[in-house]
Design a protein around this ligand. Structure first.
Ligand code: TNX
Length: 539
């Protein structure tokens, strides 16, 4: 009898323990803190955020699933899994069929819903049990994945990921870009940057939804892209740079590697061969190009406007045809940038004649020509695009002629301008550009008469006269480049300096973990990172 009472008590006790444990387990799932999706540190700011104040728990019992037959979607899912691993140390399976313990899913879904207004648009529904990312195209899904990455709280290197849960606020995000062209430019001609450097730059640009990287491949100081039919361009013209360093160049295989890496990040590479000015390095390799009968010397200074191609020689156009053909053949994107700036020693009528001919060559090789704003004086097709950097009259003329414009105003968007008088690197011909000045302007109303419909997008160029390695590149590019991503992706009503600067300060953990040597502008309150990849020199 006694024994049965003892057994009974033991049974009741066990039942009680199990119930308490279950209750606690339930609580763990249900009792989430109140969250606010609209207060997340998203850059660029999405179009619309509707919070529902609960949380989705990302942990080892989460899996990613994607539309499997929609092109590119499984790869985007894989990309997200890799980034979650980097950020949290969690191993999340993608499109797995065998995981009985899985509790929550992230579903990346191809959808033709009319709510998604553009190919880069997406919407994101986050509930307690699922994150559903809908996009028309893999490109839209990829942009949405950047949003997911940014709302996973904290960036850590947690060795205890197995037992942790990252709480993602619930709600709905509807998003699509304000401008179709959102870019940065890297001058690899004044100083050469390696394939690895460019890849790292692409990683960070992609995180902020930038979709274009313009490579300034040639200038007076160096020619950086192999042209098989004219080998001396790189053998001779690729061996110099500003300050007398050894220079360097991309073989076509290197360039293809950059293009493929960019494509994986849904970034289009725009190759630039700057001409007819900025061509000293080409003429050092092939002196017939400059038409003045002299063999120029290698140039390692920083002056501009002293070189030109001979614009009246057929062989010069045969040469250019080869260059445009070879580069276009390994460039999947729609654009070819032909430069056209600061041709101070080319007579105006020759310049006009030259650019008109180049426009036709570019078109013949299946590309759309972009040129610095000076090109508008030539007789060019309306499919050409003018990149406004200095001369408003040129930009207005472009619009009058029916050309689209890319905005890169030197005073606002030049990443190579110093932040302030104490800046370690940079120039100041267009003025100083502290982080607020770089952000506080309105592309849609920057040049009178140039409105939203005339603007293809915004690009921030990084000229490299004063920078020669990735740390220096990062010092000038970050944090300002992050602001240009918001200026080109987010709608005017969603851009606000006071709000942006808080979100920017909260990028520090990401930038630190990426080992980005950004300029720690005193205008920003930088969030302390738990995790620093290496010791960072922030003076
Ligand atoms: C102007 S912007 C240039 C470049 C220089 C840059 C330095 C443009 C089209 N031309 O050649 O590198 O200034 O800020």
């Amino acid at each position: 009898m006694k024994q049965s009472i003892l057994l009974k008590s033991l049974f009741v006790f066990c039942l009680f323990t199990v119930l308490v444990a279950c209750e606690q387990q339930k609580k763990k799932v249900i009792n989430f803190p109140t969250t606010d999706l609209s207060a997340e540190n998203l850059i660029p700011k999405p179009l619309k955020i509707t919070p529902t104040n609960s949380a989705f728990g990302l942990d080892k019992n989460t899996s990613i699933h994607t539309s499997e037959n929609a092109s590119g979607f499984p790869e985007v899912g894989q990309f997200l899994a890799e980034k979650i691993k980097w950020q949290t140390n969690l191993d999340i399976p993608v499109n797995t069929t065998e995981s009985p313990t899985l509790e929550r899913i992230i579903f990346i879904n191809q959808s033709d819903s009319t709510e998604i207004s553009s190919k880069e648009g997406y919407d994101l529904y986050i509930t307690q049990d699922s994150v559903i990312l809908n996009a028309k195209t893999a490109e839209g899904a990829f942009r949405g994945v950047q949003t997911i990455r940014q709302i996973i709280p904290e960036i850590s290197n947690d060795t205890l990921a197995e037992n942790k849960m990252w709480l993602i606020p619930t709600g709905k995000i509807t998003d699509s870009p304000n401008f179709e062209y959102r870019g940065s430019m890297l001058d690899v001609a004044r100083h050469f940057f390696s394939v690895e450097d460019v890849k790292k730059y692409i990683d960070i640009l992609a995180y902020y939804k930038i979709n274009t990287l313009h490579l300034h491949l040639t200038d007076d100081q160096g020619w950086r892209i192999e042209i098989k039919s004219w080998p001396k361009l790189t053998e001779v013209g690729g061996r110099s740079e500003v300050g007398g360093g050894e220079g360097g160049f991309y073989t076509q295989e290197d360039y293809k590697e950059i293009v493929a890496y960019a494509a994986k990040h849904y970034i289009t590479i725009v190759p630039e061969v700057d001409m007819p000015g900025h061509t000293n390095a080409a003429s050092v390799a092939y002196p017939f190009l400059n038409g003045n009968g002299k063999t120029p010397k290698i140039y390692t200074g920083t002056q501009v406007g002293f070189s030109t191609f001979d614009t009246r020689k057929d062989t010069v156009y045969a040469f250019i045809d080869d260059v445009v053909r070879e580069i276009s053949a390994i460039t999947p994107g729609p654009y070819f940038h032909a430069g056209g700036d600061e041709s101070h020693v080319t007579k105006k009528k020759d310049f006009i004649y030259f650019v008109s001919k180049i426009d036709k060559i570019v078109k013949k090789h299946g590309k759309r020509m972009i040129g610095w704003d000076e090109i508008v004086h030539a007789d060019i097709d309306t499919t050409a695009i003018a990149q406004f950097w200095a001369n408003e009259k040129n930009a207005k003329l472009a619009v009058e002629k029916g050309l689209k414009v890319i905005l890169s105003p030197g005073k606002k968007a030049y990443l190579d301008m110093k932040y302030d008088t104490l800046s370690k690197h940079g120039l100041d011909w267009a003025g100083l550009i502290p982080v607020d000045t770089g952000y506080i302007w309105t592309p849609e109303r920057y040049v009178q008469g140039i409105n939203k419909e005339h603007i293809l997008g915004v690009e921030a160029p990084l000229w490299s006269e004063t920078i020669s390695n990735i740390d220096e590149l990062e010092y000038l590019a970050f944090p300002r480049m992050i602001g240009y991503s918001e200026l080109s992706w987010s709608k005017e009503e969603n851009r606000d300096w006071e709000n942006y600067k808080i979100r920017l300060g909260n990028q520090a953990p990401y930038l630190d973990k990426m080992d980005v040597k950004y300029y720690p502008s005193p205008l920003i309150e930088w969030k302390k990172s738990k995790y620093t990849y290496k010791t960072i020199d922030k003076d």
